[in-house]
Ligand binder design. Structure first.
Ligand SMILES: *Cc1c(COP(=O)(O)O)cnc(C)c1O
Length: 408
């Protein structure tokens, strides 16, 4: 099946109860067992089944299976938010004293999360140029994982997943990729080398801006060295699925960051139009970026514009697509505010991946807790607007930005 067909006719779809075309919303906290023995069996993994929604719920399970199928994973665990998914994907592997290697150009919230990890004596090595040669310099025997964003939100740096995964695998370290900004439409990240993929489903996967969520997808391709990963040793019997089983039975379950059944239902509804939305979003974003690039008063960044240093890589890795984020430098903060206030069709809001076009001034909002140095290093300039392009008609969008920029 091709991508869009799979979104609609994946094998899970035909297994919804009563032949329903959408899964039931099992909005229940607990599930009655038929006998005391049955509940004991479910708790002790002797029998599949649901006992309590923090641990398992059929609607949440339906979403996990759908996305796992789309991403070609071995299993998926859905979380209360994208940040919860990132935190849990990492805490599932590391202990005090361990080291991890992380891109320094991540989404602002992720950078704050990694700063938090330092408090637990986990050494976080931030790498400015997140390329294989630079990353390799930071690898020590204590390095437990490498983490990066496939297209960084907001600096729009593209990660060469294949090249970085080769370095990771040479040293027996898993590569965790936050693929939120690409979504499975641009690439299935496991296929190009990622071992574990996380998404903020709040963005393109849900697509309608109506449910916060995250997901961790395990490729099942890592044959863990249990001497190097003692946190997984008690799951040794699950071999290449040790990480996934530990997530379910310990880290994710204990941290309590579960998804609500209703949000899972909304996510499944959104997922079915992912291809349709992304096609329009990518085409609108490229058209808008190209049009803005011809305006001498502004500087535009978009991964597949020739002016981007990542143009060739993006074209190769994403089959010519560049995603839905465009950034624009307009000379000053005053200009940025003026332009944003003048836009008719772009909503001023802190999100990406909505059907509507959204704009934000990152420096004093989502990136307000980063130092000036970090902001400059990450391309969060004080005249920068981030645009999350929506599915409006291209002509309206371009005209709207032209009028907003007219007399800067
Ligand atoms: C939004 C975002 C997150 C955080 O996700 P939430 O669902 O808001 O917690 C993480 N990574 C990237 C790339 C994001 O865009």
């Amino acid at each position: 099946m091709e991508f869009n067909t799979r979104l609609l006719h994946g094998y899970e779809v035909s297994s919804y109860e009563h032949g329903a075309t959408q899964p039931a919303i099992n909005q229940s906290s607990s599930f009655a067992a038929k006998s005391a023995q049955e509940l004991e069996d479910i708790f002790n993994h002797r029998k599949p089944g649901c006992s309590y929604t923090r641990v398992a719920n059929p609607s949440v399970d339906a979403f996990e299976r759908r996305l796992c199928e789309i991403e070609d994973g071995a299993g998926a665990v859905s979380c209360s938010s994208g940040l919860a998914a990132i935190a849990i994907s990492i805490l599932n592997l590391v202990e005090t004293g361990d080291e991890i290697i992380v891109s320094s150009s991540l989404f602002g919230g992720s950078l704050e999360l990694f700063a938090e990890l330092k408090k637990y004596q986990i050494k976080v090595n931030f790498v400015r140029h997140f390329v294989a040669e630079e990353i390799e310099k930071f690898i020590t025997p204590k390095t437990k994982l490498i983490f990066g964003e496939i297209i960084t939100n907001t600096s729009l740096e593209v990660m060469d997943v294949d090249a970085i995964s080769r370095v990771a695998h040479k040293h027996d370290i898993p590569l965790i990729v936050d693929a939120t900004t690409a979504s499975p439409y641009l690439v299935q990240t496991i296929k190009i080398g990622a071992d574990i993929v996380v998404h903020s489903t709040s963005k393109y996967i849900n697509g309608f801006g109506n449910a916060i969520g995250g997901i961790i997808i395990d490729s099942g391709k890592v044959y863990w060295n249990f001497d190097k990963y003692p946190t997984l040793a008690s799951f040794r019997e699950f071999r290449n699925l040790a990480y996934l089983v530990k997530l379910r039975r310990e880290t994710w379950r204990n941290l309590g960051a579960c998804t609500s059944p209703f949000n899972s239902y909304l996510n499944i509804m959104g997922l079915e139009t992912l291809g349709l939305r992304m096609k329009t979003i990518c085409s609108n974003a490229y058209a808008l970026a190209s049009s803005l690039a011809s305006n001498p008063k502004v500087k535009v960044n978009y991964p597949t514009l020739e002016s981007s240093p990542f143009c060739e890589l993006a074209a190769r890795q994403f089959n010519g697509l560049g995603g839905g984020i465009v950034t624009l430098r307009v000379g000053s903060k005053e200009n940025a505010f003026k332009v944003m206030d003048r836009l008719k069709y772009a909503t001023i809001a802190t999100n990406i991946g909505d059907v509507r076009t959204l704009v934000i001034y990152p420096r004093t909002t989502i990136c307000r807790n980063l130092s000036s140095f970090e902001c400059n290093e990450n391309g969060i300039f004080d005249d920068l607007i981030r645009i999350s392009v929506g599915i409006e008609d291209q002509k309206d969008l371009i005209e709207d930005f032209n009028q907003a920029l007219a007399d800067l």
